[in-house]
Each structure stands twice: as C-alpha cells, then as structure tokens.
Design a protein around this ligand. Sequence first.
Ligand code: NDP
Length: 399
Amino acid sequence: MAKIVCVLYDDPVDGYPTSYARDDIPKIVKYPDGQTAPTPQAIDFKPGELLGSVSGALGLRDFLEKSGHTLVVTSDKDGANSKLDQELHDAEIIISQPFWPAYMTAERIAKAPKLKMIITAGIGSDHTDLQAAMDRGITVTEVTYSNSNSVAEHVVMMILALVRNYIPSYNWVIKGGWNIADCVSRSYDLEGMHVGTVAAGRIGLRVLRLLKPFGVQLHYMDRHPLPEAVETELNLTHHSSLESLAKVCDVVTLNCPLHPETEHMVNADSLKNFKRGAYLINTARGKLCDTNAVVAALESGQLAGYAGDVWFPQPAPADHPWRTMPHHGMTPHISGTSLSAQARYAAGTREILECYFEGRPIRDEYLIVQDGRLAGVGAHSYSAGNTTAGSEDAAKFKH
Ligand code: NDP
C-alpha cells in the first residue's frame, strides 16, 4: 500500500465552507480540441465544492483510504522542518497544485527514496526539478487542459481591467469618491489595439479566440506556428521572437510554460523592445519575468500596467515588490483554481491515480516525464532542466 502526500493551500480563514454561492456548475465533458475532460471511474465529491484546500483533500480521501493507502494532506510545505519534508522518507506519490506548490527540488527528491510519481493537480510542473525527476526515473504528470480555459477567461479579465483602469476606479467608489477625471486619465478602449500572446497553446489560442470579437489585431509567438486555417480565421500575425512581437503590440500576454528556455524571458533588455505604455499580462509563471525589471518598467512608464496571478516564489513574501509596484493588477495565484476548475483537476488527479494503481497507461496528454525523459505533453511543451532555484525563499512567507 502506498503513502501519498498531498500539499494543498489552507482552508478559508473563516473555516471550510458549509454552503456555496451557486448550487451547481456547468458540466464540461470535452475541451475545444476534442480531448475529453477527466474520466475517473468515480468521484467522491460534488462538483462545485472547495477541493483545493486542506479539508477538501482534492476529494481523494475516501478513495485512497478505503483502498488501504495512507493519505497525508498538509499545507506546511516550506522551511527546513516542514511537514512535507518530514513525510518524504516513505512517500510514494506527491501531489500538489501550482497555486501552493510543493517545490520538489533535487534535495527533496533525494530525501524521498521511495518516490515514484509527482502529480501536478492542475497544469505546470515547473515546481518540480524535472531533470532530477528524469535522473531518478520518477514519473511527473499534470492534468492537461483542466484549467486552461479558466486561465484564458482570467487573462481577458485582466487585459480589460488594466486597459480600462478598472481597479483604481473601483477603489474610488470604496473611498466614497466620484473622481471621474482621476479614473479616466489612464482609461482606454481595447478596440483597435494590437494584442499578442507568447505561446498559442491551449490557453494562448483560447485567449486569441476570446479576444477576436473585441476588434483587436491579433499576434502570436510560438515555436510551432498554428495551422494556416486558424491563422486565417483569426487574422493572426505569427512572430518568431518576443522582440518582433513586443515591438508592435499594445498588450502582451504570456502563456508559455516555465522551463529553462523561457525563464526570465522578460527582463531589462527585452522590455526595451516593448512599445512605451504597453500592458503586460502574465498568468503563466512569475519566473518568466525578472521581478525587478518589471517594477522598473512600471516606474519609468515603459509599461503602463502589469497584471497576473503568478509570482516567484509562491506564496510571495509580504515584501515582494510586486505587491506594491505602481499600476499593477495582481492577485494571488487563483486563475486556474476556480471551483469549476477544481472539479476537473481533482477528477483528473483521481484518473491518474486509478491508472497508476491498476497498472494502466496514463493518458499521453497527462505525461510530462516518464522513463527518464520528457514524455507526452512534456516532450512537446517543456525543455529538460530545472527551474526551481530560489524556491527556498517561499519559507519567508508569514501568515
Ligand atoms: P500548452 O502546453 O497547451 O501550451 C504551452 C505552449 O507554450 C505550447 O504551444 C508551446 O509551444 C509553447 N511554448 C513552449 N515553450 C515556448 C517558447 N520557448 N516560446 C514560445 N512558446 C513556447 O499549455 P497551456 O496553454 O494549458 O498552459 C500554459 C502554461 O500556463 C502552463 O505551462 C502553466 O505554466 C500556465 N498555467 C497557469 C495557470 C494559472 O492558474 N495561472 C493554470 C494553467 C496553466 P510549442 O507547442 O510550439 O512547443
């Protein structure tokens, strides 16, 4: 029987919910490319419940414990003597979500001699040292597509929030004001702007499709160009470098995975290529950007706004400069963990576990690393190596 360690974010400060704002959520059975939503044999939760926090346990407790496995669920993941570290010595499977990532560094992997699989409940396995996982023959999986559309909706929301100056205007209402001139002196229409996505994968392409009706000019940068029919349908301009895309875009959105090729792709040098007053939206990974370069670009006016939900490290320490930089629209990492998304990635996690325990193959779409190399989606979207350096700073976060 296996020991599974599941690292999840804390319950709400007022306790685990006893009721919800809505009675149900739409049932999504297929994604836009035809891939089916997760198909576990059963689920032990009601879609729409909070599953991603400790008490929700991703809806896995009954399934695992009734099968005789041991499930440890904790939010205590950082620092020298965290619960995660204490449990590593005999853990066979580690599960965590990118929102509250269990940074599986080479040091941690070395402390887990029985570790066979690391599951990302969600998308984005950069919190695992993929090179160390490959070297040890550990399988790394994620629930591809489970929250891609959730993030795309968030990207559109953040673009509109920045361009139209929503958050400062909302704050004037809260402060009791009616300061129209203060609100609108940074407010524009999106219509007619040039918007570009770095990567046109599941999220990036969805963002392009959602934005089309706004009457914008659409651009994308990706290693593999999209099919010509899609380029024609959306009137897309393909760029082979960030430099070429940034030079013409009023809004740039980052939608690629974090891997050694993309780490710090937005930095003091590359920001010089952006149009003055560009907006940058990053819901992909904090480490795609150099933290201080983003702050400097906002302070100088090179960027008119920056919004996103991803930081490095996570949780971000109280003194992280992105909490206080000007013209930002940051939230904690939430875009991919709406209650709707949780239902899908919890079911996907269960599907992966069922396959693992029954010796059935895990869907190719869910594989990042297998048999010592990048596999499945991982072989397409990632490059080998490690992007976890500096993650120990997550221990600086204090509640
Ligand atoms: P996909 O795998 O569908 O898309 C990733 C795309 O990135 C692929 O099209 C890939 O291109 C492209 N890409 C990879 N490397 C580069 C590069 N060097 N330059 C340009 N493009 C590159 O993943 P999703 O769209 O579903 O998710 C993308 C990322 O978004 C995730 O990896 C994760 O980091 C983040 N995410 C964030 C969430 C949140 O809650 N904020 C939730 C879900 C995901 P190609 O096919 O040509 O290799």
